[in-house]
Unconditional design. Structure first.
Lengths: 414, 943
């Protein structure tokens, strides 16, 4: 079988020999959907396979044709889909709804589909022992696995690590906190995306098993970047991204830096408003709405500063993408985990949210001072190493070792 | 594809943690405890069941567990030891893992406990790691956390002396110990005594070098209802138990002395006094058995005498006195003192002068303790801060002695202790009023109290409550009680204590729907220890009807609160109608801070109008028309129907903030805006966020400023506020009406001075911080801005602090702070406080622009300066560079500035003068007159 190296190949401290885990099952709702969690599962699966694990990916349902995407995937990875078609939506039955036959039928339909899926999953789960680690990337995965016989805490069963691919704020906003507490409190580990979120989940939801691992951000190697005097934004034109703040700040800064340009890549409902605003602020010469780009990476590699003026973000990974391209970011304090991404003044600039003068100061600082900007850029690129696949895989293996009790004590603290 | 399970499974022979589970005749719970270990997320654990020679089926159960999981081991003592020490020690000897934990058979480990503790121990090289313990009260299935403050964040302590509070967490089971550490220090539990945890933990704390703390919960401590069973260590106040406990404390203090841990020793002795001694003395007072009474006091007495006197300083006055009464074997004294110390800081008993000392004594037989004795020291109040407590903050000790049924209602008899002689000892008798408030309502029913005798320090009274004027039909309706005492210009409101034999007294409900169901009202003690009334639970057939009444009552309440939208509609319609009818030219509507107060510029203008006797028809609107006792004229409730009429038809409106959003001034109305302060932060169109304001925003903001006249005290005000609203109407220049009194009569108001009753020898500091959005509704507000405890410690002896907070940022002021500071947010007119105080401490509040006219020290204390000034609004000038007095950002600097404020007069006067010249214009004490002139002239013109 491909992808399974011999034991002698293993570097010290890597692979199944060091962690006590042989097989890893990644469980998510869909395994072939463009972007998001499916992309993460795929990247991680490829990486873990490369380190000698047997890897399988389990998707609970197929992707709709519009969203489906064929990932580059090593044939050594087993891929399974539980439901044959997209299951019906969940139906909430209130007391009065029980008199509504249509709703009752819909609820039954949902329940039948769920039961079929669980039944199909049952033999798979019962085949797993303590040599297996389940990485459950979405709460729905736990909602299938536990009825299918997964018993967190059973010493004869597999290890389970549950993940939440969003910020705590987001889990509140989409109303999944109760599900999360119910299904993830018992998993062996519950991993968030940032230390801030892990802390929040621990304090606010009394989850005692929280930790975090950053998501890997893919990086490609190119020659040296050709940079122009450009501030760039890769954000949708909508309320949430509130690009008008950036434009207002630009109107203040721009006159002092006539050769600099602001390029807003994206699309969205506020396009006309933004166009009007650009005209009103008198910056039509320097700020442009560029529309959607298919190659954000080369856009970033031609720019010098990345700017983010959002109202609310989960974990804005575009900041990391910019950092990978060696571009420092000036950002509003718009996400709970923003300080995990940007160390203010070291690899980027964070300013208070909706604070024009802060944004102005931040931009001006970086535009005026080439040395500072380059220093921040280099540091950002270095720090983005936290998000490199190899580092992330190391972290995953650390987690496995700690679970199986094989972690070796670190050198004594002086 | 098959994998060999064995090769990778956590091998049972290499555990990371050994958990010693002890049990004695507890087979029912044992398997749950062991299960909680076997199901740990860290699977590399071993369980050592250490059986203290159980006589039930523990051995069989352990055998079954042993067979089901190779990680289980079992050891049995040859004979029962009766404690936890022996089985734990024996189990510990068998442990093979590098880490050890202990578990009692009736408790559980949290599922991730081992994982989290080991992770911390390994990452930080800790000898001991301690985690949060949650107590599960099985009686009502509730959970509480054991000393939560200690477990807020992850940290490593290199010496427990850094945080001696860990002493209170003396349980051994919520901790993970490194085996090598236990061996190195030969740590073991003392055997065949109780309280072995306290001694073991004291030993651990004495020698540990790296002590890890994690915020995660690790231990579930199951608390059984006391009448069902008692855990070994929870039998209070049998003499043997007390003796064991005192022995443990002695051992622990010996260890702390030996290893030189002064802070821990101090904590331990403090705990002995505040907890063990107190409980013992209380138990002695409560018991009916004279022999037990003597025995308990005999046991505690040598301990009390051994504690150095300075440790008693930390106790509250009454707690200290109670211990002294214990030593004096004065039973009535113990009872009165403990009752007072339990009831939220009330002051009971009397104060007797003995030579040059003031000693506390109960209202019963008492003989003076010998001079210089510990008894005298403990009951000596000569230098106690409690005597500095201002009367309004004091809690008089009202105790309800008897209750009698009347044909209708109830008669209550009680006594009031007034040891500081605030209300008694004069010819004139005080007046007492019983106030009854229905839960959830604001109105109070006031019932006059009849005094039967008044002696110095002691009042006997009786009061008849024939009926409750506020009532509802809900089950278990509650009425809160307190007594207002007035006399000699002083006012005091205090709750009532319930005499011991009155619990459960009840009488028939005098009136109302439920009274037809033969409901009864009973006296009971709230969880704060105060006496209150409630409707007793109904039994039998009436209960059903009562439940129906309860539901109807609830629905009615809900309907009332739901109709808000409808009420708003009606209000707006009514206002529209009023606007179409002619204005009453003589009607003037006054409003201050949108109906919240009777204060500020509108009050000054109003008082001037009254002085001139103009014959104008004046009305004030208030959100709470029942309050504001200083105002004696006509009043209406804001947002009520009469208010819409007044607002729509008044000839003139005088306010200081703005009209409701749904109101629009009529062209034939005159709206005089007197504005409530001089701005420091950018206003309206000057806000940075409005730098590129859209035309709609500009229209909205300038629309708000549809005033006919605006009071403008200074040029600075015109550059800032007036310009920010683009106001172009009439400006009434030359000072603020509210400041007239500061010019004309800057001395304190004697009535207020008397009422507040502040300690005379202290200088009075007024602290008036401004509103902070981020501290909204937060109890933490006080601590974030100013550490009150620290202020008291360093400044309390010489300064009295008046706290004037924004109504949205309430300070949480503890009762024991009363001798040093008072929350004066309830005093409506802030200028009364200006006149009363000796200096002002503020941050960005506009009070500085007014206080400056008194020419007293102003100190700017802005701990969050950067944060506050750099938000979206921005400020008009840099306060740090341009302040009316010295500027500081730390509490330390503030204290030293306050201390030296007097000496620094000359320099500070100069600073104030230059600030005043730049930002404060001119005040001649005639500003209200000018506004009144404008109103009258305008009326003349319109005729």
């Amino acid at each position: 079988m491909r992808g399974r190296p011999t034991v002698g190949d293993e570097r010290a401290g890597q692979g199944p020999g060091s962690t006590g885990i042989r097989r890893i099952a990644l469980v998510g709702i869909e395994h072939s959907r463009l972007g998001g969690v499916a992309g993460f599962m795929n990247t991680l699966a490829n990486g873990l396979l490369g380190r000698g694990y047997e890897v399988e990916i389990i998707g609970l349902q197929p992707s709709s044709p519009g969203n489906a995407y064929a990932f580059e995937r090593d044939p050594g990875i087993t891929v399974r889909t539980i439901q044959e078609s997209i299951p019906p939506d969940w139906v909430r039955l209130d007391r009065l709804d029980r008199l509504n036959p249509r709703k009752v039928a819909a609820a039954r339909r949902w329940q039948r589909t769920r039961d079929r899926g669980v039944a199909k999953l049952r033999p798979i789960v019962s085949g797993w022992g303590p040599e297996t680690l389940i990485i459950c990337t979405q709460i729905q995965g736990m909602e299938y696995l536990v009825p299918a016989g997964l018993e967190p805490g059973n010493p004869q069963g597999p290890y389970v690590i549950a993940q939440y691919h969003g910020s705590r704020q987001m889990s509140v906003a989409v109303g999944s906190v109760r599900r999360l507490r119910r299904w993830c409190a018992n998993a062996d580990r519950f991993l968030a995306l940032t230390p801030t979120d892990a802390e929040e989940f621990r304090i606010r939801d009394q989850l005692n098993n929280t930790g975090f691992i950053y998501n890997p951000v893919p990086r490609q190697r190119h020659g040296p970047a050709q940079r122009e005097d450009v501030v760039v934004s890769l954000n949708r034109y909508d309320e949430q991204k509130s690009l008008d703040w950036l434009l207002r700040a630009w109107a203040v800064v721009s006159p002092d830096f006539p050769q600099w340009r602001l390029r807003l890549y994206g699309e969205g409902p506020l396009r006309d408003e933004l166009a009007v605003l650009i005209h009103e602020l008198g910056v039509s010469g320097t700020a442009t709405l560029e529309g959607i780009t298919s190659d954000p990476e080369s856009v970033l590699r031609r720019a010098k500063i990345y700017a983010l003026s959002s109202q609310d973000e989960g974990l804005p990974l575009t900041i990391v993408e910019a950092a990978v391209a060696g571009v420092p970011t000036v950002s509003f304090d718009c996400a709970p985990g923003i300080r995990d991404l940007i160390d203010d003044g070291v690899n980027g600039v964070v300013v208070p949210k909706n604070h024009v003068s802060g944004l102005v100061t931040g931009l001006r600082q970086l535009m005026a001072d080439d040395a500072l900007r380059e220093r921040l850029g280099v540091r950002a690129e270095q720090d983005s190493g936290r998000f490199a696949l190899d580092t992330v895989l190391d972290r995953w293996e650390d987690e496995m070792r700690e679970l199986t009790g094989r972690s070796t004590p670190r050198p004594a603290v002086v | 594809m098959t994998l060999s399970t064995e090769a990778v499974c956590a091998k049972p022979d290499t555990p990371v943690v050994s958990v010693v589970v002890i049990g004695y005749n507890d087979a029912a719970n044992l398997s749950r405890a062991v299960g909680s270990v076997l199901r740990q997320s860290l699977r590399a654990v071993e369980v050592i069941i250490s059986d203290d020679c159980s006589t039930d089926d523990t051995p069989e159960l352990a055998g079954a567990l042993l067979r089901s999981d190779p990680r289980v081991r079992y050891v049995r003592q040859p004979r029962n030891s009766g404690g936890c020490g022996v089985p734990r020690n024996e189990g510990m000897k068998l442990a093979r893992a590098p880490f050890v934990m202990f578990l009692d058979s009736d408790d559980e480990l949290e599922r991730h406990a081992c994982y989290n503790l080991v992770k911390m121990a390994r990452e930080e090289q800790c000898d001991v790691v301690s985690g949060r313990c949650r107590r599960h009260h099985l009686q009502n299935d509730t959970w509480t956390t054991w000393y939560p403050k200690l477990y807020q964040e992850r940290r490593v302590l290199l010496d427990i002396e850094q945080e001696p509070d860990f002493l209170f967490d003396s349980i051994s089971t919520n901790k993970l110990y490194r085996q090598s550490f236990l061996e190195e220090h030969q740590l073991a539990f003392p055997e065949r005594v109780k309280y072995e945890d306290l001694q073991f933990t004291a030993h651990v704390y004495s020698v540990v070098k790296r002590f890890g703390v994690i915020p995660e919960t690790v231990y579930h401590w199951r608390i059984y209802p006391t009448d069902v069973r008692r855990t070994i260590t929870h039998q209070r106040s049998t003499p043997q138990n007390l003796a064991d406990r005192l022995h443990a404390i002695r051992t622990a203090s010996g260890l702390f002395v030996e290893h030189d841990k002064p802070a821990l020793l101090e904590g331990l002795l403090g705990k002995l006094l505040a907890h063990d001694a107190r409980i013992t003395v209380e138990d002695a007072a409560d018991t009916d058995d004279p022999e037990l009474h003597e025995r308990l006091l005999d046991l505690i007495e040598p301990e009390l005498r051994a504690v150095p006197r300075e440790f008693y300083q930390r106790l509250s006055a009454m707690a200290r006195v109670a211990l002294g009464m214990g030593l004096m074997r004065n039973r009535a004294g113990i009872q009165q003192a403990t009752m007072a110390s339990r009831n939220r800081g009330s002051l009971a008993g009397r104060i007797v002068r003995q030579g040059d000392r003031l000693l506390w004594a109960p209202w019963s037989t008492w003989s003076a303790p010998p001079a210089g004795s510990l008894e005298e020291f403990l009951t000596d109040l000569s230098h106690d801060p409690i005597r500095d407590t201002p009367t309004p903050l004091m809690r008089l000790f009202h105790v309800l002695d008897r209750a009698e049924r009347l044909p209708v209602g109830v008669r209550l008899r009680g006594t009031t202790h007034d040891p500081l002689l605030k209300f008694t000892g004069r010819d004139e008798w005080p007046e007492l009023t019983l106030r009854i408030r229905l839960r959830g309502r604001r109105q109070r029913q006031e019932v006059p109290v009849h005094l039967s005798s008044v002696e110095p320090g002691h009042i006997r009274w009786q009061v008849d409550v024939p009926r409750f004027s506020n009532r509802d039909n809900q089950l278990q309706t509650r009425w809160w009680l307190d007594i207002r005492t007035t006399g000699g210009g002083l006012v005091n409101d205090s709750e009532i204590c319930l005499g011991a034999e009155l619990g459960g007294f009840s009488f028939p409900e005098p009136a109302g729907a439920t009274s037809h169901l033969r409901s009864r009202i009973e006296l009971y003690v709230t969880r704060y220890g105060d006496a209150a009334f409630r409707r007793a639970r109904m039994q039998g057939r009436p209960a059903k009807a009562a439940r129906v009444l309860h539901r109807t009552d609830r629905l009615w309440e809900e309907a009332n609160s739901r109709s808000r939208r409808i009420q708003a509609n009606i209000r707006e319609r009514a206002y529209e109608l009023a606007r179409r009818r002619p204005v009453f030219k003589n009607l003037v509507l006054f409003d201050s801070h949108m109906g919240k107060q009777y204060s500020d510029n509108p009050r000054a203008v109003y008082e001037e109008l009254v002085r001139r006797n103009t014959g104008l028809d004046i009305v004030w609107d208030f959100l709470d028309p029942d309050g504001h006792p200083d105002y004696h004229g006509r009043r209406i409730k804001r947002h009520s129907l009469p208010y819409t009429q007044a607002l729509g038809r008044a000839g003139s409106i005088v306010d200081n903030q703005g009209l409701p959003a749904w109101a629009l001034k009529r062209p034939d109305q005159r709206h005089v805006q007197t504005w409530h302060g001089t701005p420091l932060k950018r206003m309206a169109l000057h806000k940075l966020e409005n730098l590129h304001a859209s035309p709609e925003t500009v229209a909205r903001i300038t629309g708000e400023a549809a005033w006919d006249a605006l009071v403008s005290p200074s040029d600075y005000f015109e550059r800032t506020l007036v310009d920010s609203y683009r106001f172009t109407g009439k400006l009434i220049r030359g000072g603020s009406p509210r400041n007239d009194v500061l010019i004309n009569n800057p001395d304190p108001d004697p009535m207020l001075v008397r009422r507040l009753d502040l300690p005379e020898r202290k200088s009075v500091v007024l602290y008036a911080p401004t509103f902070r959005e981020n501290l909204r509704d937060s109890r933490r507000a006080a601590d974030v801005l100013l550490d009150l405890g620290r202020w008291i410690e360093e400044m309390g002896e010489t300064h009295y602090l008046l706290l004037r907070s924004h109504y949205l940022n309430k300070f949480a002021v503890k009762r024991e702070y009363a001798p040093y500071l008072m929350d004066v947010s309830h005093v409506e007119e802030i200028s009364d406080l200006y006149r009363l105080s000796d200096m002002l401490v503020t941050d960005y509040s506009s009070v500085m622009f007014d206080y400056i006219w008194l020419d007293k020290p102003i100190i700017i204390y802005a701990p969050d300066y950067e944060n506050y000034t750099q938000d979206t609004r921005g400020t008009y000038f840099e306060l740090r560079d341009d302040a009316p007095g010295p500027f500081c950002e730390t509490q330390e600097a503030l204290h030293s500035l306050v201390r030296t404020a007097r000496e620094d007069q000359a320099r500070m006067t100069e600073t104030r003068r230059s600030f005043r010249d730049r930002y404060c214009g001119d005040e001649d004490g005639k500003a209200s007159a000018r506004v009144v002139d404008f109103l009258l002239a305008d009326r003349q013109a319109r005729r």
